[in-house]
Design a protein around this ligand. Structure first.
Ligand code: HEC
Ligand code: HEC
Ligand code: HEC
Ligand code: HEC
Ligand code: HEC
Ligand code: HEC
Ligand code: HEC
Ligand code: HEC
Length: 465
């Protein structure tokens, strides 16, 4: 009814629509009534004066009867006028976000609302590059570029503030916002940031910033090519430290990148193209040295280098404990103590579990391992790099060790149960004739005998531990 009314008013107000003509201002004229806030936002921005709605939405919709034909821009639409930023974005990791999400083993099994509907994974990973294929399926969220300077003001000043990153870089597995905002850097931003000049480019503003922002460290000089040395997965392919290299092999098995014998799987081939990890030390060093140069604006080089090396060391320590837990779970599968999962054909490294399946695991011990990896291991190194002692100690390292203990005791219980079950089967076999004879005399005796022998066995097994 409301629609019909709007339609009627518009028909009366805009005769040009009846004639089907599309002038540059037609969109704005009509939309000043239909979506006034959008027009206002747009006019407040730098593009408001000289760019028309049709530059991004095309001219296929120009009347109320053709609303379904309005196009949504891709990053390439923006790239037509902003080639530099588009090329940088394509070189960095944000452009790969949609691909990386789609490549996860159980993404297709999640409700569509969480992916194309953007209520979960898709809501953050929409920052990745997409083309128009399949656009009808997800309809919105196609652009990517509007993740930091949001439509329709597309403000640079908004994008320069660390809050622009907060919607995605928060929470369970990548709490960079929490880490930053409660670090010394963040506390200075929160107390003094309102006086900083957000209209100036990041490079110029350096002189007036008294503490770094996400953008200053990760988009230095306005470079849209975001990438770090360790990345999210916290691995590199070349490893000079031999002991760490051994643990890394186990970590990569739990990612399904190396099979149980340590040979590359099909997933290994994704590492390069999806930039999942830096393959050589030289490739790993490049973003690290850039970062040290940024710290160098305010700290001594030695201070910065030592601080980041401590971050590397925390990852190394976390890997030691995580790898040990991975091997425990793999051994439970290898020894047939955990039942074969019904998705065994999808596991590239069986008997190793696949943590990239996230929460879609088959047993609580695997769920524990996944949380240990995705929440605690991440925090161990992410908080070290973002100078947050609380997150490091009490949300990373502490719970990591706690989970390692839980996994060990689960392992002991599962093995004890298995031995017990085996013993009962054996007992059942040898005990059959005897039990039959007993039953003839006194019906209750057989049951009592089995019960006490199970109890005795259980006590025995516990003592053995
Ligand atoms: C005669 C009025 C009129 C004109 C002219 C007009 N639009 Fe619209 N447009 C509408 C109405 C009505 C809607 C639907 C609004 C709603 O659903 O509340 C709409 C919706 C849209 C949408 C959203 C579509 C979606 O899928 O959500 C976009 C984008 C859009 N218009 C862009 C344009 C552009 C670009 C032009 C100029 C080429 C234009 N419009 C011209 C009336 C108009
Ligand atoms: C610089 C590019 C650009 C220009 C110019 C532009 N838009 Fe948009 N518009 C976008 C982007 C990006 C989206 C979000 C697309 C998505 O979600 O896939 C969008 C979405 C929309 C939507 C649907 C979503 C919503 O929030 O309702 C409407 C309506 C719309 N634009 C109207 C307009 C109007 C009217 C104008 C002119 C005043 C305009 N746009 C100019 C980029 C632009
Ligand atoms: C038709 C060409 C054109 C298209 C398409 C276009 N822009 Fe722009 N954009 C401009 C012009 C012109 C300016 C203002 C002049 C300048 O400062 O370069 C501008 C300025 C900007 C700014 C700086 C805003 C500020 O606060 O100073 C941002 C950010 C921006 N555009 C983002 C986008 C995004 C994102 C898209 C795609 C959704 C897009 N543009 C599509 C032409 C375009
Ligand atoms: C709250 C926003 C958000 C949600 C929801 C989200 N992600 Fe992410 N995801 C991110 C961010 C941010 C990163 C990068 C974090 C980092 O590097 O520390 C990331 C990283 C990843 C990576 C690693 C990419 C790489 O190259 O290292 C994968 C894979 C991934 N996400 C898949 C998913 C899947 C699948 C889901 C849903 C089950 C999901 N994400 C849900 C924000 C999100
Ligand atoms: C003082 C500089 C600095 C600031 C401020 C900063 N970071 Fe970082 N960030 C780093 C360093 C250093 C690394 C680790 C780089 C490496 O792998 O060697 C890192 C790593 C990352 C990573 C990769 C995963 C990880 O956490 O190790 C993401 C994603 C990230 N930062 C996002 C953010 C966001 C979002 C903000 C703001 C809320 C932010 N950073 C603030 C310096 C900074
Ligand atoms: C991760 C956040 C983020 C994303 C995603 C992003 N931008 Fe930006 N953009 C920024 C920041 C921050 C600045 C301010 C840079 C500075 O101060 O030097 C900026 C500035 C710009 C400017 C103004 C440059 C100038 O010199 O005035 C344009 C144009 C622009 N972005 C276009 C785009 C386009 C096109 C895309 C998609 C291909 C995009 N941005 C995606 C954060 C982002
Ligand atoms: C709409 C959600 C979203 C926003 C907003 C966002 N990011 Fe991201 N970011 C992601 C996702 C998703 C990834 C993982 C991409 C991948 O590799 O698949 C990512 C990856 C990164 C990485 C690369 C980490 C690595 O693997 O090396 C850095 C650094 C980063 N973001 C910094 C920022 C900064 C700084 C901002 C704000 C200026 C920002 N992001 C805003 C979603 C977002
Ligand atoms: C724009 C200036 C600026 C940049 C760039 C910067 N910092 Fe800081 N940093 C500060 C200030 C100011 C403090 C607070 C000093 C204090 O605690 O007295 C601080 C504090 C710290 C602290 C807390 C320890 C301490 O001395 O209180 C660490 C750790 C740290 N920075 C590491 C880094 C690293 C690593 C980088 C680069 C990745 C970096 N910072 C980049 C300004 C900066």
């Amino acid at each position: 009814m409301k629609r019909f009314f709007i339609l009627l008013v518009l028909l009366l107000l805009t005769p040009s629509v009846l004639m089907g003509s599309v002038a540059a201002s037609t969109c704005i004229d009509c939309h000043s009534t239909v979506t006034p806030e959008i027009v206002e936002d747009f006019k407040s921005g730098a593009m408001g004066d000289n760019v028309d709605c049709s530059a991004c939405h095309g001219t296929t919709h120009s009347s109320i009867t053709t609303v379904d034909k309005a196009k949504m821009p891709t990053h390439e639409t923006c790239g037509a006028c902003h080639a530099t930023q588009d090329a940088q974005y394509m070189d960095g990791k944000h452009s790969l976000a949609w691909t990386a999400m789609s490549a996860m083993p159980t993404t297709a099994d999640q409700p569509k609302e969480l992916i194309e509907g953007q209520k979960g994974c898709g809501g953050c990973h929409k920052i990745g590059a997409k083309d128009e294929t399949g656009w009808d399926d997800y309809h919105y969220g196609i652009t990517g570029c509007d993740s930091c300077h949001t439509r329709h003001s597309f403000s640079e000043a908004e994008a320069r503030r660390p809050e622009a990153c907060m919607t995605c870089h928060q929470g369970f597995d990548h709490a960079q916002w929490e880490m930053y905002s409660t670090s010394k850097h963040g506390s200075i931003y929160l107390t003094e940031g309102d006086d900083w000049d957000w209209g100036a480019p990041i490079s110029n503003a350096k002189a007036s910033y008294t503490a770094p922002t996400c953008q200053m460290c990760h988009m230095n000089n306005g470079d849209h090519d975001v990438i770090t040395s360790w990345g999210f997965l916290g691995v590199r392919v070349e490893e000079p430290n031999e002991e760490w290299a051994d643990d890394r092999v186990t970590v990569l098995k739990s990612y399904g990148v190396l099979d149980a014998d340590g040979n590359p799987t099909a997933r290994f081939d994704l590492i390069g193209p999806a930039k999942l990890a830096r393959t050589t030390i030289a490739e790993w060093n490049a973003p690290r040295e850039e970062m040290i140069a940024v710290c160098g604006d305010c700290h001594s080089e030695k201070f910065a280098r030592i601080s980041l090396e401590e971050g590397d060391q925390m990852l190394r320590e976390a890997d030691r404990i995580y790898a040990e837990s991975v091997e425990i779970v793999a051994a439970l599968h290898r020894d047939g103590i955990l039942p074969e999962p019904d998705y065994i054909d999808e596991l590239p490294s069986y008997p190793y579990p696949d943590v990239l399946r996230f929460y879609d695991q088959s047993h609580t011990i695997e769920e524990d391992l996944w949380v240990m990896w995705m929440k605690y291991r991440m925090r161990c190194f992410q908080s070290a790099f973002h100078a947050n002692a609380d997150q490091e100690q009490w949300y990373g390292w502490g719970p990591l060790k706690e989970t390692a203990v839980a996994i060990k005791s689960e392992d002991r219980s599962l093995r004890a149960e298995a031995e017990l079950a085996e013993a009962v089967v054996a007992e059942g076999m040898t005990g059959t004739a005897e039990t039959k004879a007993n039953t003839a005399e006194s019906p209750g005796f057989g049951a009592v005998f089995s019960f006490t022998s199970i109890l005795a066995l259980f006590v025995l097994l516990r003592r053995k531990e």
